[in-house]
Design a protein around this ligand. Structure first.
Ligand SMILES: [Zn+2]
Length: 317
């Protein structure tokens, strides 16, 4: 049995009670409390069985990254989640009562609808970013070697373009579709396009992805450029450690004839060494080889990647 709705607790008077407060006030408040506990957000839930969105408190205003669905009938039940953190949880007013099949199906459908909504929005944002990337790229000029970032990293301007003093690093899929650009400002600040795709996309130092022979997969662009110019081999930059495996797998599927080598950053100063760990994981997934730089480990030098090591001991950067 559902408990009788109790009187609002002290301090709860600010709560904006809906019309059905007398019959469903308790479940609404406990549902709101569950949401607050898991997402940190304060919401006044509406029990209409529809998908409602609200801001994730950690994000910018208007991010609408959190959602809930609440059904208010004999057995109030709902679900909520946070797309930023990946939290999804279900909630029932009466925990002693077994989930009936109809209610279970309804909640599962609500979670599914929320997931599809997120996928739609993500696809839309990726489309917009890809169009913006293509516009920026076609409006840009070939990068010049004098760009402060390139000069500091001692790498060539090959394969890059420049929009004003902003360096553009193109991210493409294995199908050679330009989906995003990383913009690097003269001070080294790096930004991807908002909502743009990164997972499985990469920047290639070379003319095109070869069908056979060797290919190296590194994290950052400067590292990729250093390896490519040293070894005279094509190298792709996955842009971050977490993207090494998705990139390696996408390339492995599209180019089964390529011998892949993961060129790790040695994040020896970071707990868990994400550079080495993620590269090893990617190498294992694609039966690839792995290599990493011999860092100096000298006091005052934070060199971790092939580009750092190539420049280690030179003038301060
Ligand atoms: Zn060093």
């Amino acid at each position: 049995m559902m408990k009788e709705a109790s009187a609002p607790a002290q301090g709860a008077s600010k709560y904006n009670a809906p019309d059905n407060f007398t019959t469903a006030g308790d479940p609404i408040r406990t549902f709101a409390a569950a949401i607050a506990q898991d997402t940190g957000a304060t919401v006044d839930p509406i029990g209409d069985g529809q998908l409602h969105r609200f801001d994730c408190p950690e994000g910018k205003r208007g991010n609408r990254a959190c959602w809930y669905v609440l059904h208010l009938d004999r057995w109030p039940a709902g679900a909520y989640g946070n797309w930023r953190t990946g939290i999804t949880d279900t909630w029932r007013a009466d925990h002693n009562r077994e989930h009936d099949r109809e209610q279970g199906a309804r909640i599962a459908a609500a979670i599914d609808a929320a997931r599809r909504q997120r996928e739609r929005e993500q696809a839309q944002a990726q489309d917009n970013a890809a169009r913006r990337a293509q516009r920026l790229w076609s409006d840009a000029k070939p990068a010049t070697a004098g760009h402060p970032y390139l000069a500091r990293k001692r790498i060539p301007a090959l394969c890059l373009r420049q929009h004003g003093d902003c360096l553009l690093i193109p991210l493409r899929t294995v199908a050679d579709e330009l989906v995003n650009v990383q913009r690097i400002h003269p001070d080294g600040t790096k930004r991807f396009l908002k909502g743009g795709r990164i997972v499985g996309a990469f920047a290639l130092f070379g003319c095109e992805l070869p069908e056979e022979g060797e290919l190296y997969i590194a994290e950052g662009w400067a590292t990729a450029a250093t390896i490519a110019t040293t070894l005279r081999l094509p190298v792709v930059a996955a842009m971050n450690a977490g993207n090494l495996a998705p990139v390696a797998q996408a390339i492995r599927a599209a180019r089964p004839g390529l011998a892949l080598t993961l060129a790790a950053d040695d994040d020896h100063g970071t707990p868990g060494n994400p550079g080495m760990t993620k590269a090893a994981e990617a190498a294992r997934l694609v039966q690839g080889a792995m290599t990493w730089p011999t860092t100096c480990r000298q006091e005052g030098c934070g060199c971790t990647d092939f580009n750092d090591v190539a420049n280690c001991g030179r003038a301060p950067r």
